[in-house]
Design a protein around this ligand. Structure first.
Ligand code: SF4
Length: 441
């Protein structure tokens, strides 16, 4: 007996045999089930479905496979949310979709804008949880014959601009790609985080749950619509692969992406597909605290984004204290995985290093980091810590950050000082805790 029959028979007390009465009851059951489903259960969300899944869905609806591709294009390229807007799809299918599915993005509960025009979004999910994502606009400026990436905000352009050295003039740096304005979106892979790094606000939340592919892609779609990054008028006429938005995606928000790798990789496949969001893989970065086994899993993926390692220490003793995951996967295992990682031509592994005053920022630390990375195609991003009162760490003085950078460069390790965005709204790295939103509102 199917579930609807069971439900209706419980209500009516009728037998559901193959009789005329049974047929009526089955029809009533189906109707009842559909009403209950609509009232009580959310309809399946199309956001997060892959091209193949949408093609299968079209077949299930009695439509040809290519209708699924049209749906895919409308969802991720044109950013359509209303089934009526999918004008390339016939009306009957649009009606079916409207009746049986939903197209739901995470909902912006709050957006806080920084002086540098970064925007920190608090995004509500269907089950009442929330995650954060940060929008960071950049513009490229010519300075002393070099192209330099700078924040878009006027205040920081004239004020802190001399700290903007990340990637300046380097073929590995973001600024070398183009002088067009571009955007970095920092997105979350989990609600909260189980890894518990000592300097990180998100770690204070603990682990809540993994995000689905739809919730991951949905963060990008929400901001893309909010900020007009792509979609809208004109996107219909642009063919697949023609409207590559100048967007970088970094998985550096809440959560450890390697602990939710399947969902992350499904989301990446949609974000990178030229028939969907068309963000090139070289502009998508997964950052890990150093969970070693999934690094080997990622290495086997055919479609692979860039990999960044959150290093933050120069030896195991330091790293055990700052990043408890190091007790399980010490530096030797982590560096073995990094050395085994297959890099594409000209690709480098990125190592993120948060500079903590008096903790990991000495000259000896810099020398040890250079030794760890010796012979490995890599670059180091030095991140001045943006501490808050809730944690005891403090930022290294800029002179020490500069000296650290010089020591690495003297040993042929490309090193860049990464500007911290959104400091005034607690949106910088490691500050993506929900409580922080309350504190700065
Ligand atoms: S730094 Fe990353 S891995 Fe560590 S606690 Fe924060 S979110 Fe988790």
């Amino acid at each position: 007996m199917s579930p609807p029959e069971r439900s209706i028979s419980r209500i009516t007390g009728e037998d559901t045999g193959a009789t005329a009465k049974g047929t009526t009851i089955r029809a009533a059951a189906a109707c009842y089930d559909s009403v209950v489903r609509r009232l009580c259960l959310p309809s399946p969300n199309l956001v997060g479905l892959t091209r193949l899944e949408l093609e299968d869905l079209a077949l299930d609806l009695g439509q040809p496979r290519y209708r699924g591709r049209q749906l895919y294009h409308g969802l991720y390229r044109r950013l359509l949310q209303n089934p009526d807007e999918f004008t390339t799809i016939d009306r009957a299918m649009r009606r079916e979709i409207a009746g049986r599915y939903e197209i739901a993005y995470p909902v912006v509960s709050r957006g806080i804008t920084s002086r540098d025009r970064s925007i920190r979004y608090l995004l509500g999910l269907a089950d009442g949880q929330a995650v954060e994502a940060v929008y960071m606009p950049w513009r490229a400026e010519r300075r002393d014959g070099r192209t330099v990436a700078t924040p878009s905000g006027r205040e920081l352009r004239s004020g802190n601009a001399d700290t903007v050295t990340a990637g300046a003039g380097s073929k590995h740096g973001p600024a070398a790609e183009s002088e067009e304005p571009r955007t970095t979106l920092c997105i979350s892979s989990q609600v909260g985080c189980a890894v518990g790094c000592a300097f990180c606000f998100t770690g204070l939340l603990g682990a809540r749950r993994n995000l689905s592919p739809g919730e991951i892609v949905g963060q990008v779609l929400t901001i893309a619509r909010e900020r007009g990054l792509w979609g809208g008028k004109g996107s219909e006429s642009r063919g697949a692969g023609k409207s590559s938005p100048r967007v970088n995606i970094v998985f550096m928000g809440q959560g450890e992406p390697m602990l939710n790798l399947r969902a992350v990789m499904t989301a990446v496949s949609i974000l990178a597909d030229t028939e969907a969001c068309a963000i090139p893989l070289r502009r998508i970065t997964i950052s890990t605290a150093g969970i070693v086994p999934p690094i080997y899993d990622l290495a086997r993926e055919a479609v692979r984004p860039k990999l960044a390692i959150s290093l933050n220490a120069s030896n195991d003793e330091q790293r055990d204290e700052l990043m408890p995951i190091n007790r399980k996967y010490p530096l030797r295992l982590l560096m073995d995985a990094c050395r085994a990682y297959p890099l594409r031509p000209r690709e480098r592994l990125t190592f993120e290093y948060v500079m903590l005053n008096g903790v990991n920022d000495s000259g000896a630390d810099a020398i040890r980091v250079a030794q760890l990375l010796e012979g490995l195609p890599s670059r180091v991003n030095l991140i001045p810590y943006n501490g808050g009162a809730a944690l005891s760490y403090r930022p290294s003085p800029m002179a020490r950050v500069n000296a650290f950078q010089q020591t690495l460069r003297d040993r042929n390790v490309p090193a860049f000082i990464r500007i911290s965005r959104g400091q005034d709204i607690m949106a910088a790295c490691g500050q993506l805790s929900l409580d922080g939103v309350e504190a700065t509102a």
